[in-house]
Design a protein around this ligand. Structure first.
Ligand SMILES: Cc1ncc(C[n+]2csc(CCOP(=O)(O)OP(=O)(O)O)c2C)c(N)n1
Length: 527
């Protein structure tokens, strides 16, 4: 069998359903092998960055590695931003790139770049296949490493001259990743730490969603009766109206949730990735940490760990929930929950307003979403508002990029989301800056026959940068641009485009779009 036939068999063996990418001369053998797969659909995208973002969101939602493909040189470098984003957000992704044959890598050579080296800092593992006999081992290892904690991105490079070599090997069997629970001694010292504290607070992160431990975590929280603050990526773990929900620490240093962390005497940090927010920004008072995570704690001056529960989070909370740990009920001073609700505008009254402000729009969106709706945010001022205001009705149903925080993720991400969860309504919210970075993927979405909603917040500026520059220098520079007519642009792709001018029109348009099961709708919101 030729090496790329085996590679495709290995991908099928891993359960791969989609490969997002763009081919090139150096991947022709792989494309030829893929053309014969009955299991894998190749999704021909319009820019490799889009392919990586699609694989990221697909991987994040299915918890199986999303796969993307590019050719050597420019194809591979185009993948890089999306791959780095997946890696920092801990989404499982396997990227496969073509490469010049081993016979022409030593001299200056057309389109040849050392892609493995370029991808090293942006991946968990970046590897060149040097011997076609190793294809099945490398593919199995790639999926295992991509999917095990903390998940991330892998780059596999296949030199052209190996692609067509004939080899006799088989895919390796897929074995489950073992789950471990913390040892009883660690659980005992955690129990003591909690028992000694008067005011513990939970900081909960995306690890709880990744490890499907939200139910077990909530049981533990309700036993302990202590307040919970979510990271942006962890929103939805506690329901909006849960009395212990103190919402999110968002983007601002002086977020209204911060005083809770200062009043607390123990921080139970659960599945939280420091990439979302450095401890120096939330632990100025150097409160003691009980670290509860699949991996041991990072060393950080502002992260003074006194106890560590290291293990699978579902197993950990199942074990903790069997113990008799005394509850630690307390309420932060100063009506903080109500103050956060007001500051984050969580219960905005829309009576008498028709303004298309981001706050009003998010309030309408939240009203119309269900438990299954997936909202995916781009990066910009709108993401800050979403991080503070928008409350998904289920954990994992708000997708934000908070590691690399790269503009341009949301439209391709919506394609990945819709393919991962075909029955879920999907709403992508993007600034006009981010929208035009990957707008070409509208054609991909249309071609795939997908149905989702794209809301473009059209303000002809890089709003977040404008705000930050204004604050720092009292003037702005280089933030403005012009826009196409987004309605006509959508229509030119064969997609429905609408431009509501009032809030009630926006609500009607969104309702109609959510009722559609076979149409893409772009909503142009000028504000
Ligand atoms: C790829 C990339 N380039 C630049 C930035 C820096 N950046 C962060 S937010 C932002 C502005 C985003 O503008 P827009 O998409 O219009 O959204 P808005 O802020 O107006 O809501 C920029 C330039 C980034 N995060 N990612």
């Amino acid at each position: 069998m030729k090496a790329t036939d085996l590679l495709v068999q290995c991908l099928e063996n891993e359960g791969v359903e989609y490969i997002f990418g763009i081919m090139g001369k150096e991947t022709l053998d792989l494309m030829d092998s893929l053309s014969r797969s009955k299991q894998i659909q190749f999704v021909n995208v319009r820019h490799e960055q889009g392919a990586a973002f699609m694989a990221d969101v697909y991987g994040r939602l299915t918890k199986k590695a999303g796969v993307c493909l590019a050719t050597l040189g420019p194809g591979a470098t185009n993948l890089l931003t999306g791959i780095a984003s997946a890696n920092l957000d801990h989404s499982p992704v396997v990227a496969i790139t073509g490469q010049a044959g081993l016979d022409r890598q030593h001299p200056e050579s057309h389109q040849f770049l050392d892609i493995v080296k370029i991808f090293e800092p942006a991946t968990k593992w970046s590897v060149q296949i040097k011997d076609s006999q190793t294809v099945s081992t490398i593919i199995r290892k790639a999926f295992r490493v991509a999917q095990m904690e903390k998940p991330g991105a892998i780059l596999i490079e296949l030199p052209e001259n190996l692609a067509s070599q004939m080899i006799p090997t088989q895919p390796l069997p897929v074995t489950p990743i073992p789950k471990s629970a913390p040892v009883s001694q660690a659980i005992e010292s955690a129990r003591t730490l909690i028992a000694q504290s008067q005011k513990p607070v939970f900081i909960v992160g995306n690890g709880v969603i990744r490890q499907d431990a939200a139910v077990e975590f909530l049981t533990f929280v309700e036993n302990l009766q202590s307040p919970v603050i979510h990271s942006s990526m962890a929103k939805g773990i506690l329901p909006k109206n849960h009395p212990l929900n103190y919402f999110t620490f968002g983007f601002n240093k002086d977020d209204e949730a911060m005083p809770i962390l200062e009043e607390a005497d123990l921080l139970l940090v659960v599945g939280f990735d420091l990439v979302e927010k450095l401890p120096k920004d939330w632990n100025k008072k150097m409160r003691t940490i009980l670290h509860i995570d699949p991996l041991p704690a990072e060393m950080d001056e502002h992260y003074p760990v006194k106890g560590e529960l290291v293990g699978d989070l579902k197993e950990t909370f199942q074990a903790l929930n069997k113990l008799d740990i005394p509850s630690r009920p307390w309420v932060p001073i100063g009506n903080l929950r109500e103050r956060i609700e007001t500051a984050y505008q969580l219960n905005l009254d829309l009576k008498g307003t028709q303004s298309l402000s981001i706050e009003n729009i998010l309030t309408v969106i939240e009203k119309l979403t269900t438990e299954t709706t997936i909202v995916i945010s781009d990066v910009g001022a709108h993401k800050v508002s979403i991080a503070r205001m928008y409350q998904p009705k289920q954990a994992g149903r708000l997708i934000v990029s908070n590691g690399l925080a790269s503009m341009g993720i949301s439209l391709p991400g919506a394609i990945g989301a819709k393919l991962a969860c075909p029955d879920a309504p999907v709403i992508c919210i993007t600034g006009d800056g981010g929208a035009l970075m990957n707008i070409s993927e509208l054609e991909t979405a249309k071609r795939l026959g997908l149905s989702f909603i794209i809301i473009v917040l059209n303000n002809s500026t890089l709003k977040l940068e404008e705000q930050m520059m204004q604050e720092k220098f009292n003037h702005c520079f280089g933030t403005d641009f012009g826009n196409p007519d987004f309605v006509q642009l959508a229509e030119s792709f064969g997609i429905k485009g609408v431009r509501p001018t009032q809030l009630n029109e926006f609500e009607q348009v969104l309702k109609d779009a959510l009722n559609q099961t076979n149409e893409l709708t772009l909503i142009d919101v000028i504000h």
